[in-house]
Design a binder for this molecule. Structure first.
Ligand code: E4P
Length: 214
């Protein structure tokens, strides 16, 4: 499973990249707002750090507006992936992006029928939001399972990008059910590296090392 980081914080992106585990980055308007920086500046900096897909989300609601943004952002770097919302207008923009060979990530996907349509039109990535479904008492992981089955049934090549991952269990289950990518906040990436027995083991080895004649 590929690992993307879900952030617009370039320090976090640098750190995850230095760990050698990073395949790409997803951003969204909320994450850009949190960075306190201009959208274009952030994307231009990220493409210099990470050599992999970088999702940049449009905010227009009509497909003409979406395409204006998409064409502008796609010019920044060949790794830029245009994030479009799962709406009728988003699908129209997706169709145009596919014909213009612009990479896409369809976001805010909450059921498998939406994902089937996205795959049919030919998106590069589809982003089902696990955590936000859990938040409203639906089992987010069931959605990833359903999409995997449908995409396998019909040989759909769109990559399933498990999004809205809030904890290590979401990450583990995404890998078990066969998501192609998980996009994960830095806090969860750090949790993935940890185990209490690892810390205890280091502590014991260091204590014993003190007894070794120097
Ligand atoms: C995905 O691309 C989104 O940016 C993200 O995963 C949303 O996560 P949240 O539901 O924790 O905001």
């Amino acid at each position: 499973m590929k690992i993307f980081i879900d952030t617009a914080d370039v320090q976090e992106i640098r750190e995850a990249n230095d760990m050698g585990i990073l395949d790409g980055v997803t951003t969204n308007p909320s994450l850009i707002a949190k960075s306190g920086r201009k959208f274009r500046d952030v994307i231009e900096e990220i493409v210099k750090i990470v050599d992999g897909p970088i999702s940049a989300e449009v905010v227009s609601l009509d497909h003409e507006g979406m395409m204006k943004e998409a064409r502008e952002y796609a010019k920044i770097h060949s790794n830029v992936v245009i994030k479009l919302p799962m709406t009728v207008e988003g699908l129209k923009a997706l169709k145009i992006c596919v014909s213009e060979k612009i990479k896409t990530n369809i976001t805010l996907v909450f059921n498998a029928n939406q994902a089937l349509l996205v795959g049919k039109v030919g998106a590069t990535f589809v982003s089902p939001f696990i955590g936000r479904l859990d938040d409203i008492s639906q089992i987010g992981m069931d959605l990833i399972r359903q999409i995997r089955t449908i995409y396998n049934n019909y040989g759909i090549k769109t990559q399933i990008l498990a999004a809205s991952i809030r904890n290590p269990i979401h990450f583990l289950e995404s890998a078990l059910v066969g998501a192609d990518v998980a996009t994960v906040p830095m806090s969860v990436i750090k949790q993935l590296t940890q185990h209490p027995l690892t810390d205890l083991g280091i502590e014991r080895f260091l204590k014993d090392w003190e007894k070794v004649p120097k």
